[in-house]
Design a protein around this ligand. Sequence first.
Ligand code: PLP
Length: 435
Amino acid sequence: MRSRELTEFAGKYMAGGVSSSIRVNRAIGRPLFMAKGDGPKVWDVDGNELYDLNNSHGATILGHNHPKLRAAVEKALDMGVICSYETEYQSQLAQKICSMVPALEKVRYTCSGTEATMHLVRLAREITGKDKIIKFEGHFHGYHDYVQFSSSPPLQEAGPPDSPTPYCQSGGIPGIIADLIIVVPFNDVDAVERAIEENKDDVAAVILEPINYNSGCIVPTREYMEALRRLTRDNDVLLIFDEVLSAFRTNPGCAQEYFQVVPDLCAIGKCVAGGYPLSVFGGKKEFMDHLRPLGRSEHSGTYNGHLVPVLAALACLEEIDSPGFFDHVNQLADRFYNGLDQIFRETGLGRVQGLGARFGMYFGIDEEVTNYRQAAKSDPELSLKFTAAAINNGVYIADYGGKAAHHGFSAAYTLADIDEVLNRLQDAARQVRQG
Ligand SMILES: Cc1ncc(COP(=O)(O)O)c(C=O)c1O
């Protein structure tokens, strides 16, 4: 098998044999090596065709190889891919994003979501003159040191449920950075109220995933989100929505439009350029003017606002903002999540929770999951077995080491594709149950 040869070859020259730690794929014991993608499917180097329920960790919202994104990239090639220069397109894209997302009056571009949240944290500290950040247990904001705490702590090291201990997710992060982080449980108004009121003189911002897809799919109530808005405003603390994953998942105005709660600052990523490396951070003009050259907070970089992803994003947002786009997404979502939840219940695997184009699977859990502590009880071995069976039946699901995490479809799916995926996953679930 070509995959086995490539696994061995990659292991010689790349740390862990992969470009990103998560691609190791414990479910099948080796990374998947892909040869091509088209619409809702990918093909591996051994010629296996798979429906894609990873979708580039949520980035390829239009599916793979979309003709309009292809044309956009060709336009950048025709212009000579002029890199590290402003063209007319960066500001056109900024205008489009600001017209769609309520919190945004001005934006800047980064290549990754990690950089976007890093700059937001820096900016919030500069604006407020305060250093601490409140984050929620089970919420993930990228890989920089300031936020690599308690996104998926082992339960035995997570501390008390109502005031979790900041758990450092990576080696090499100085222990003193934990002093700048306050971790609180999600979906608990009293806990966050206590944390804000007790620390308001030190806290620059509260950062959250408005839909906590990184713990599967945990959707807070509108009242909870309104309480966060009120508590931050009343205590001179900035509210940051990390919409790297939730952006353009439910509607054109992102989760902030879905909840009708507008943050001070927000990060947008993944979907925005349909699989090309672009993220965006921004907020009100008065906040964004704290960036150099007008203010003192630094944000610069060779690849910021690179022409290829900028043109891809213009084409992608035109599709996302077109009439009927989210009607289609929500129709697919209803059919798929109801069908998969039924399969999970019939086979006793657990439950499925989804909203818009992304969903989570909780193995060995029947009751609704509303916080990380419940999500962390999802059975990792059962999850890995199901993931392996799904791949063997022609559906690619990212394994995430067996943790409750996010999966999803793209707008390239049809209802017939969803039915076929459900058939394949039903076979996979039955095979897992038969051992
Ligand atoms: C909510 C959230 N924030 C930030 C990031 C980091 O984005 P990136 O992988 O582009 O650095 C992710 C990635 O999954 C994410 O889900």
